[in-house]
Design a protein around this ligand. Structure first.
Ligand code: SF4
Ligand code: SF4
Length: 315
């Protein structure tokens, strides 16, 4: 039977403004090796790696899987609002820390196409950035962040296994954006000196984004520099300055607003079980696991904004 499965997937993905690539499942071992290499260099949290289901154990839910479909969903920066001591403060959050409903839309759309032909899909817990750059869906920037020309670095990734045979295997070498050849803005704008001119890999042990992924809190040397903190979770300095993000960086989504009481609870690390259902719902959008990180970032952001206001008013 001649089908146009890829054409149909392309159409539904385009309608949703998503981008995708397919790769053969035979490359999973290479993904695993690439990620192990990153762990050896300290670029990926080992605990995170243990949560991924690699190679032989990877597709237990669909052992006959033949293809991985990797999808990118545009996701702008989100601005959150916090009421605190009679004033209003804002905190921005980078796209990859926000979890919205788009993921189920991707799954429903892929399922709608593939199930017509008797194929199934299951979500794949994999190293998504590695898959995106090796499939040609994205390219690396000098800052080790991945970019897609239509979205900049402001998107989220999701991957699925399917038993649909791989008709278009896009596996290849990871590429670095051409624009990086004559640019060093991220390097100059990195508060911790994590990006070097002499090597492609960032110094993960100093990167605020990576530290927020693996530390229960920022280490003392980072906490001594509240001026470095620029995001509710992680760090956005190298993405904000990047010319590849020029068309996207001012597209900011209004996120949740947190009342005085909710801000107090976050700053004081009130146990999650003691939060109201409404507050938990807001926190769940960036993952309950990140909850304890929020206090130090938020207090630094509030302090920075108070200082900026005082400076402006000449106090
Ligand atoms: S700031 Fe410049 S060097 Fe850094 S990732 Fe963006 S384009 Fe590349
Ligand atoms: S995320 Fe922040 S600390 Fe990490 S490389 Fe980018 S600018 Fe530097």
């Amino acid at each position: 039977m001649v089908t146009d499965i890829l054409g149909q997937i392309s159409r539904v993905m385009r309608q949703c403004k998503f981008r995708f690539r397919t790769v053969s499942i035979s490359h999973l071992l290479e993904v695993q090796e690439a990620v192990e290499n990153l762990i050896r260099q300290g670029l990926i949290n080992e605990q995170l790696y243990k949560n991924w289901h690699f190679y032989l154990s990877t597709n237990n839910n669909l052992p006959e899987a033949e293809t991985i479909i990797i999808v990118a969903m545009p996701q702008p920066i989100t601005r959150l609002i916090f009421e605190w001591q009679g004033n209003t403060f804002s905190a921005e959050i980078a796209p990859n820390y926000i979890f919205e409903e788009d993921e189920s839309r991707v799954e429903e759309n892929l399922n709608a196409v593939l199930s017509q032909y008797g194929y199934s899909i299951v979500k794949a817990h994999l190293a998504l950035k590695t898959l995106a750059v090796r499939s040609g869906l994205a390219e690396y920037g000098r800052n080790n962040i991945s970019y897609i020309s239509e979205f900049g670095s402001f998107y989220r990734l999701i991957a699925f296994y399917t038993d649909y045979p791989c008709e278009d295997d896009n596996w290849g070498d990871a590429k670095v954006m051409k624009i990086c050849e004559n640019c060093s803005l991220c390097l100059e704008n990195c508060p911790t000196g994590s990006i070097s001119s002499d090597r492609f890999l960032i110094r993960a042990e100093k990167c605020l984004g990576t530290l927020n992924e693996r530390e229960p809190d920022f280490p003392y040397w980072a906490q001594l520099q509240p001026d470095w903190i620029n995001a509710f979770i992680g760090c956005m300095s190298c993405q904000s300055i990047c010319p590849a993000n020029k068309s996207f960086v001012s597209n900011i989504l209004d996120g949740d607003a947190f009342s005085e009481e909710e801000t107090y609870e976050i700053l004081n690390k009130t146990p999650i079980v003691d939060l109201s259902e409404e507050t938990r719902r807001k926190i769940e959008k960036f993952g309950i696991g990140k909850y304890l990180l929020l206090a130090s970032n938020l207090s630094a952001l509030i302090e920075k904004q108070i200082l900026a206001k005082q400076k402006k008013s000449g106090l």
